[in-house]
Design a protein around this ligand. Structure first.
Ligand code: NAD
Ligand code: LMR
Length: 329
């Protein structure tokens, strides 16, 4: 197979849990394909412990002898890590501490994403794409994008693919079918319990999911709740937030974004579609057009139940934006 020239992939929080589950898959070709060499530009917080852990991860990457891995940069300086990056995967974020209010978390992380947004805009490659995972992912993405003067806002996306994957599995289990029978299940709104997994447009073996799963009360209640609160359930069970499944979802998010024709959920800048406030970053269905670019699929009709769910998740996104409004002016 003819090899392409290497692309540069910057990853923040590279020595964290998600980073550890992600980097080996990028280097093996799962994210960009078996003919796409990569240079990993790994960015950590400027602490000795974090940088030491990063050194260990880089040693392990070396020890895998991945043919596609053409270089590893280890740095605590974002201006070095984002330099000429074609993809910037923003995973590093401050976790919510005991007694910390959501508004405090938003402000603390806001500072990180303002700085990173400015530096990416200044030093990343002309074709740079940004995918945000660090929570609160939608609003962090909006904050980073707000700092960009060179890169268009559409290049900044946040991850709701984990929620889509969770929803797909829940529908398959309920219907007693293979996972691959479930299609067109999309996530709308915030990556938080308010998100809306829009079951009405999903199909199972080509039929409307609602004609296969006729228990509307389950779809509107336990299904939405299980998907929305899955992250918390994993924290309760594992004692730490989802990492392998989050890394897997980021592989899916980027892989779908570089695959023309792929139809999938990502959080993007709203232009008012589905009633989302303009300029919040909301999960919605998109179709990849050319590698890295997409169009929002706007044609899905929403019933009253869906409209109330969309309004609730939009309200939360608008509130999050209000918390950080003074930072993004
Ligand atoms: P983690 O604490 O294991 O790792 C985070 C890493 O980020 C740490 O190594 C830390 O040193 C680093 N970091 C912190 N600030 C940084 C900065 N300014 N620059 C570079 N690195 C920095 O956490 P994790 O389990 O890997 O999760 C990371 C984030 O992803 C969290 O915010 C978590 O809530 C979020 N998350 C999102 C989803 C999603 O679906 N969107 C799913 C799971 C987790
Ligand atoms: C998840 O959905 O698993 C995470 O976003 C949960 C969290 O708060 O880290």
């Amino acid at each position: 197979m003819a090899m392409k020239p290497p692309i540069r992939v910057a990853v923040t929080g590279a020595a964290g849990q998600i980073g550890y589950a992600l980097l080996f898959r990028i280097a093996s070709g799962a994210m960009f394909g078996a003919d796409q060499p990569v240079i990993l530009q790994l960015i950590e917080a400027p602490f000795e412990k974090a940088m030491k852990a990063l050194e260990g991860v880089a040693m392990e990457l070396d020890d895998c002898a991945f043919p596609l891995l053409k270089g590893i940069v280890q740095t605590d300086k974002p201006e070095v890590g984002f330099k000429d990056a074609n993809w910037c995967l923003l995973i590093g974020a401050k976790p919510r501490g005991p007694g910390m209010e959501r508004a405090d978390l938003l402000k603390d992380n806001g500072k990180i994403f303002i700085g990173q947004g400015q530096i990416i805009d200044a030093v990343a490659a002309a074709d740079a794409r940004v995918a945000v995972v660090g929570n609160p992912a939608n609003t962090n993405c909006m904050i980073a994008a707000s700092q960009a003067k060179r890169l268009p806002a559409e290049r900044f996306t946040a991850m709701v693919r984990l929620d889509q994957n969770r929803a797909q599995t829940q529908l398959a289990k309920k219907a007693g079918v293979d996972l691959t029978a479930v299609k067109d299940i999309f996530i709308y709104g915030n990556h938080s319990p308010s998100m809306f997994p829009s079951f009405a447009h999903a199909t199972i073996n080509g039929k409307p999911a609602t004609s296969v799963i006729t228990d509307t009360a389950w779809l509107q209640g336990p299904f939405c709740e299980t998907v929305g609160k899955r992250g918390a359930a994993i924290i309760a069970a594992r004692g730490a937030s989802s990492a392998a499944s989050a890394a897997n979802a980021l592989v899916d998010h980027v892989r779908s974004l570089v695959t023309p024709g792929a139809v999938h959920s990502i959080a993007v800048k709203s232009n008012g579609a589905y009633g989302f406030d303009a300029n919040v970053w909301a999960g919605m269905p998109v179709r990849t057009t050319t590698p890295g670019s997409y169009e929002v699929i706007t044609g899905y009709a929403m019933d009253d139940f869906a409209k109330s769910k969309l309004a609730a998740t939009n309200k939360e996104l608008v509130e999050e934006r209000a918390f950080v409004a003074d930072m993004i002016k």
